[in-house]
Design a protein around this ligand. Structure first.
Ligand SMILES: C[S@@+](CC[C@H](N)C(=O)[O-])C[C@H]1O[C@@H](n2cnc3c(N)ncnc32)[C@H](O)[C@@H]1O
Length: 320
């Protein structure tokens, strides 16, 4: 089917632009990974694009569209319990931990366009390339790494593979997440520990290891404008670096239709609100230093989910 149509393919330069960097900042491992996957895609026809946009608008208007917040906790518990069950039943197959919200065979957002990938796992594979790049770039020099809102711990499992000497921590409010991590430690012998954590009410007894880094990956998305408690918690700690890979609504330029739709959708779902603005205020107050931030123009149909901001506390002497 696709051989008849006009296919394009993401190159290393395209990935570099998506990540907000240059090709020489993408290491050989990452480049090799890109070569093992099919990143080809085709443009949508005008009719297909219209239909897609109509469906997005209808979804934004859905009266019962789920919104993020406290009430969604049971859904996360159930989602990760399903992954946990599949993981156990498969004899600890790590692929069974991939969240089921990675949908296959649907259009994706790419550089302010909607395109149709050839490989059903295009979004997942782009995510794999991106995490390789960002985690290898920023996490190599720390001893401990904390993922807040880690869910089924797929990113931590990846980190255990590339950084076997580092201590890994996965925190989430959903209990099955901790059980998955317990099994990962037991079955694979990794230095990984799970712990209950609620962004809305951070654990006052939790203190981060020295020479550690913190990250979130599509988790703050779920807390709307309720990021004050988490930031207060972090500001009291002494980590080296924080990476937030999130849909960051401040980046959308609403003069572009795909950005406008994403912004509307983002607001409608009550996704992360005002977080980057708050970090910029904290920087202006001399409390943190923002090292990098970037609107990654890529994601599922509805929003650009892989934008990022990397920052550190000003009280820690600069190391990078
Ligand atoms: C979209 S998933 C991302 C999971 C994981 N970071 C990943 O990329 O596979 C969002 C995660 O945030 C967690 N979460 C949502 N609200 C939370 C809260 N208030 N406290 C802690 N975790 C929360 C959910 O349980 C879920 O694991």
């Amino acid at each position: 089917m696709y051989s008849q149509r006009n296919l394009s393919k993401l190159t290393i330069d395209d990935f570099a632009r998506l990540f907000g960097t240059t090709a020489d900042d993408i290491d050989e491992y990452c480049k090799g990974l890109v070569d093992t996957m099919d990143f080809s895609f085709e443009q949508l026809s005008d009719i297909e694009r219209d239909k897609l946009i109509l469906n997005i608008l209808k979804r934004i208007d859905l009266a019962d569209l789920p919104v993020s917040g406290e009430e969604r906790k049971p859904e996360w518990e159930k989602g990760w319990a399903d992954n946990l069950r599949d993981f156990i039943n498969s004899g600890y197959d790590l692929s069974k931990l991939v969240p089921k919200y990675f949908k296959k065979n649907i259009p994706v957002r790419l550089n302010r366009e909607y395109v149709m990938p050839v490989d059903p796992d295009f979004v997942l594979n782009c995510t794999r390339v991106f995490r390789n790049w960002i985690f290898r770039k920023y996490l190599k020099d720390v001893d401990s790494i904390y993922e807040f809102g880690c869910g089924p711990a797929t990113h931590l499992a990846f980190l255990a593979g590339i950084y076997p000497g580092k201590k890994l921590y996965g925190l989430d409010w959903a209990k099955p997440s901790q059980e998955i991590i317990r099994l990962l430690a037991k079955h694979f012998g990794w230095q990984i520990e799970g712990r209950h954590f609620d962004f809305f009410a951070p654990d006052v007894n939790l203190h981060l290891d020295e020479n550690s880094a913190v990250y979130t990956f599509g988790a703050l998305e779920q807390i709307g404008g309720n990021h004050k408690a988490f930031l207060q918690f972090l500001l009291k700690e002494s980590f080296k670096l924080c990476i937030n890979v999130e849909c960051i609504s401040e980046f959308y330029n609403q003069d572009y239709l795909p950005d406008y739709l994403a912004f509307k959708y983002h607001k409608r779902r009550n996704y992360l609100d005002g977080y980057l603005t708050r970090l910029q205020e904290l920087e202006a107050e001399g409390k943190i230093i923002i090292l990098a931030m970037h609107h990654q123009q890529f994601g599922n149909i509805y929003d650009d989910s892989h934008s990022y901001v990397v920052w550190k506390l000003r009280k820690i002497p600069a190391t990078s």
